[in-house]
Write a protein that binds this ligand. Structure first.
Ligand SMILES: [Zn+2]
Length: 342
């Protein structure tokens, strides 16, 4: 029996490198969280309606509503288990997942990041044992708009907690690029690198043609190893050449870019241009339940919308491992597996 394209792409071993844990909460899980914390819990129907966004403000409200119901280590363990089961269903065998520790530090006292990580790591080990995968690494994510002091707390906590939880591999920064330029964080990135953490940053997502390329260039000069989104590179030929020459991985999120309005349509997305230039692109979902598309959905969308062959899709999956923070031997093993996949 021949496979449909979706079935083929599902079976293709792939890694997801740009995924926010807090953006993976499905309506069904939100109902469970609501039962734990609300005096009048949401029904599934109500939860589903919250995910049918009327506009961007409605989307932000829903995201906040989810965050406000993550109150205990067990809540984080629950969403970790659900996330991993869903990754497994998509044929994602490895994921590097952003966690918004800034959110915990900022809003959730007395909840401790250390206790959250202990619960999340127990959940990770349990599901990995049960399903045989995916492997999951954690990236501690700070918010630009909360400034350098807050990011410093997040990054230093990552540096200390990685000794207890070695699957914490790196740090990142997201949020408002206009209200929080990456230069604010230069010294902190240097410090994180010295502490042995891997460096990522959201850059060139919503900043347009002037500030966007500058943010990306700053990120590169700060030693950032992987750039989230990077849409703004399309406005700067020289920058695209640098990214291609140095093979700096971009974590591309097509559905997310359309849903947030950073890109007007799938046809307007710069991914085909980036691939033509020889840039190292990976396919990711960002906040899958919030945007209504997971990593596999984006593989299908990209292949359909840009007319990419299955071999080209295989190359994108290969990129996801070469751009990952997996040890070289493990990444190579997955690349051999996907090269042998038919
Ligand atoms: Zn993101």
């Amino acid at each position: 029996m021949t496979k449909t394209k979706r079935q083929w792409l599902r079976g293709l071993p792939k890694a997801e490198l740009h995924l926010h844990l807090e953006g993976t909460v499905a309506p069904e899980t939100l109902v469970v969280l609501s039962q734990r914390h609300d005096s009048t819990p949401l029904t599934l129907e109500e939860a589903r309606a919250l995910y049918e966004y009327k506009d961007f403000v409605h989307f932000l409200d829903t995201f906040k509503l989810v965050l406000d119901r993550l109150l205990t280590p067990e809540d984080y363990a629950l969403i970790t288990r659900e996330m991993m089961r869903h990754l497994h269903e998509q044929g994602v065998v490895h994921a590097e997942v952003y966690m918004s520790w800034g959110n915990i530090l900022h809003w959730k006292a007395p909840l401790q990041v250390e206790d959250v990580m202990a619960a999340v790591e127990d959940a990770r080990i349990e599901v990995e044992r049960e399903l045989g995968g995916p492997s999951v690494y954690w990236i501690a994510d700070a918010s630009r708009q909360w400034g350098a002091e807050e990011a410093g707390r997040v990054f230093r906590l990552a540096a200390s907690l990685r000794h207890r939880f070695p699957n914490i591999v790196g740090i990142g920064i997201g949020g408002d690029e206009v209200g929080g330029p990456i230069e604010w964080f230069r010294d902190l990135y240097l410090e994180a690198k010295k502490a042995g953490l891997r460096l990522t940053a959201h850059a060139g997502e919503a900043t347009g043609s002037v500030q966007g390329p500058l943010e990306m260039r700053s990120a590169l000069s700060m030693g950032v190893e992987r750039i989230g989104h990077g849409l703004a590179a399309q406005y700067d030929d020289e920058l695209m050449d640098i990214l291609a020459k140095q093979q700096v991985p971009l974590e591309i999120n097509v559905t997310s870019n359309i849903r947030t309005g950073c890109c007007p349509s799938v046809e307007a997305h710069p991914l085909p241009k980036f691939l033509e230039k020889g840039m190292l692109c990976t396919v990711n979902s960002d906040d899958p339940t919030m945007f209504g598309a997971d990593c596999l959905d984006d593989y299908v969308l990209i292949s359909d919308a840009f007319g990419l062959s299955l071999d080209k899709m295989r190359e994108l999956a290969r990129n996801s491992f070469s751009a990952s923070f997996l040890p070289e031997d493990k990444a190579k093993r997955w690349i051999s597996a996907l090269d042998a996949y038919r």
